[in-house]
Design a protein around this ligand. Structure first.
Ligand SMILES: [Zn+2]
Length: 272
């Protein structure tokens, strides 16, 4: 039975997530434009006029402004409401999953685990949207996710939740995928894959671990090929135009985190 408190808490978390999503948009914009994350109020990306607080309310403002800047009437990027909605949804999903699974873990992991996955989700959202909109994967997001995941894995290993040998295999898998991406980047001279994707291979590998990192890589190329061919068929892109690869890496990360183990079991059953 779902209680009223549960529904209200979900709504509050959605609003909080949407507000954080609005801030993520600022972080993405400032990262790719090499501006400070915290100094200065939000400005219109076109006329650079300061945005009033009442025009800066997540999700709502976009719609009551009709998707345009109040002053210069330049259309606002659809990425604003989309990222706000996605971040709100991430918080709600996280809360629902958390109230099912994280309760099973022992202290201090009952705190560390949900916090870790929420930060992973936010980092992946930043990378996804920055790459779609600006064809850039911010170094800050990659560095943050790498350090976060490394610390998490070390903590799990020290606490005996993870075996040290798994950690070694994970590092090895990460190096293999990093080398593979680096090779592709070299061979295609940056046309098939950006260097941001090569760097993203590190947190990608650490997060997925051995052997899921290979499943994730496989998924990313399948998704990339399907969507890339779809865009070409719809004549939205030509073969020579770059399609950012980061979003496919992010989607395959999530799909592999959720389904990777099943895929691996199915695949190894075929080999026996
Ligand atoms: Zn404007």
């Amino acid at each position: 039975m779902i209680s009223l408190a549960f529904v209200l808490l979900s709504l509050a978390l959605f609003a909080l997530g949407a507000a954080i999503g609005s801030f993520l948009n600022v972080i993405i914009y400032r990262s790719v434009h090499n501006e400070s994350w915290v100094v200065g109020r939000s400005k219109c990306e076109s006329c650079h006029k300061q945005i009033k607080w009442y025009d800066n309310i997540p999700l709502f403002s976009y719609f009551w402004l009709g998707g345009k800047c109040r002053y210069c009437k330049t259309p606002l990027s659809l990425s604003h409401p989309v990222i706000e909605f996605m971040t709100g949804s991430l918080f709600v999903w996280w809360f629902w999953m958390g109230s099912l699974f994280f309760r099973l873990t022992q202290h201090p992991f009952s705190v560390i685990q949900p916090l870790f996955w929420l930060l992973v989700g936010l980092s992946l959202l930043i990378i996804f949207f920055a790459d779609i909109r600006y064809m850039i994967i911010p170094d800050e997001a990659v560095a943050f996710l790498t350090i976060l995941t490394l610390l998490y894995r070390i903590t799990l290993t020290l606490a005996g939740v993870m075996q040290p040998i798994d950690f070694v295999w994970t590092i090895l898998g990460t190096l293999i995928v990093f080398g593979f991406f680096f090779g592709l980047w070299k061979i295609t001279r940056g046309k098939g894959m950006g260097f941001g994707d090569v760097k993203f291979a590190v947190p990608f590998g650490l997060l997925l671990g051995w052997p899921n990192v290979f499943i994730g890589t496989f998924f990313a190329f399948v998704f990339g090929a399907v969507i890339g061919l779809g865009l070409m068929a719809a004549k939205k892109k030509t073969l020579r135009q770059a399609v950012p690869f980061g979003p496919f890496l992010v989607i395959s990360t999530i799909v592999t985190l959720v389904f990777g183990t099943h895929v691996w079991q199915w695949y190894s059953s075929l080999l026996q």
